[in-house]
Ligand binder design. Structure first.
Ligand code: AMP
Ligand code: MG
Length: 305
């Protein structure tokens, strides 16, 4: 299945979330049947991320949005798990701090944007400023309504600097959300995640759907596309997202860079360094593992003391 084609929000297209089934799982029957495919994608992602890091010229920004318990943390855990932490970062966008509020709304997003060679995951993002902010009227309509254009410009700026962008809306049903809230109540490992706001926000579900629809319609562009991922089944969500990420990185045609040094000259230097090393090493230590030598020395020292 071509997940990218299936779940893409067409640029400037009309999208109605009510028409998309959050429980959709295509022809895939169960987690068991998808598990090896997900594992393959995760492995592939690790290899592609290594190339992105080695190339060091471009970057990838992954935006994760969704209502509470939609599974944003789960995607970070399951899909990005195989990558090297040196080249992958996660930024969580919570309620803005005083310092953040004292700046324009894109300031904190720009500061967290990925450096060349990096993958950056936004767990929530600058989109909160046209979602929660709009739903709770934290600023007036005349302010938030201008932000879609600013967001498009901001993302264009990042694109021009070599940052590829992919954005996922994790689509769950109110029923599924309640099931997950119940699981949190019952699971000592997850109980810490519960917030009172989970329930107050839930009351604003229709307003959030409206705000999300507007954001998706106004900011899905050819080069910074939104995908609506049916996410009631966690494994299907992971399958679809990992597949789209592999496609996105593969399309970047990442290449391990050619060495910046003269390999012939470096090989000669290596051999002369090796000969020098062997010449200088005391006869009894040649070929012996270093750890044994050190142990021997410390025994001797102990003897002296
Ligand atoms: P969580 O993702 O569960 O840790 O919750 C973070 C909370 O911060 C969510 O309720 C978000 O809606 C909220 N939040 C994130 N960005 C903003 C923002 N710009 N203004 C107000 N609230 C925000
Ligand atoms: Mg939460």
């Amino acid at each position: 299945m071509d997940f990218a084609k299936e779940f893409l929000v067409p640029p400037d297209g009309k999208i109605k979330l009510a028409d998309i089934d959050p429980g959709y799982k295509g022809k895939n029957e169960s987690h068991a049947s998808a598990a090896s495919e997900i594992a393959g994608h995760v492995q592939c992602l690790a290899e592609l991320q290594y190339r992105l890091y080695a190339e060091g010229k471009r970057s990838l920004l992954i935006v994760l949005q969704g209502l509470d318990a939609a599974g944003k943390d789960g995607v970070v855990r399951h899909v990005i798990s195989g990558t090297n932490p040196q080249g992958v970062k996660v930024a969580c966008f919570k309620q803005p701090t005083h310092e953040e509020l004292a700046h324009d709304f894109l300031w904190r997003a720009h500061r967290a944007a990925p450096a060349r060679g990096e993958i950056m995951i936004f767990n929530r993002s600058h989109y909160e400023d046209v979602l929660v902010v709009r739903v709770h009227e934290l600023v007036t309509k005349s302010v938030w309504s201008k932000r879609y254009d600013r967001i498009r410009e901001f993302e264009k700026l990042l694109l021009q600097a070599g940052t590829h962008i992919v954005k996922f809306y994790l689509h769950i049903s109110p029923d599924e959300q309640l099931t997950r809230f119940k699981q949190r109540l019952d699971d000592p490992q997850r109980i810490w995640k519960i917030r009172e706001s989970d329930y107050t926000e839930r009351e604003h579900w229709p307003a959030y759907v409206e705000a999300y629809q507007d954001a998706l319609r106004k900011t899905s562009t050819r080069r910074a596309p939104w995908y609506v991922i049916p996410s009631n089944h966690k494994w299907f969500r992971d399958l679809a997202i990992s597949s789209i990420l592999v496609d996105t990185l593969a399309d970047m045609k990442l290449q391990i860079p050619k060495p910046a040094v003269d390999l012939h000259a470096i090989r000669l230097r290596f051999h002369s360094a090796k000969m020098e090393q062997e010449k200088n090493a005391p006869r009894r230590e040649r070929g012996k593992p270093r750890a044994r030598t050190l142990a021997h020395r410390s025994r001797k020292q102990r003897g002296k003391a």
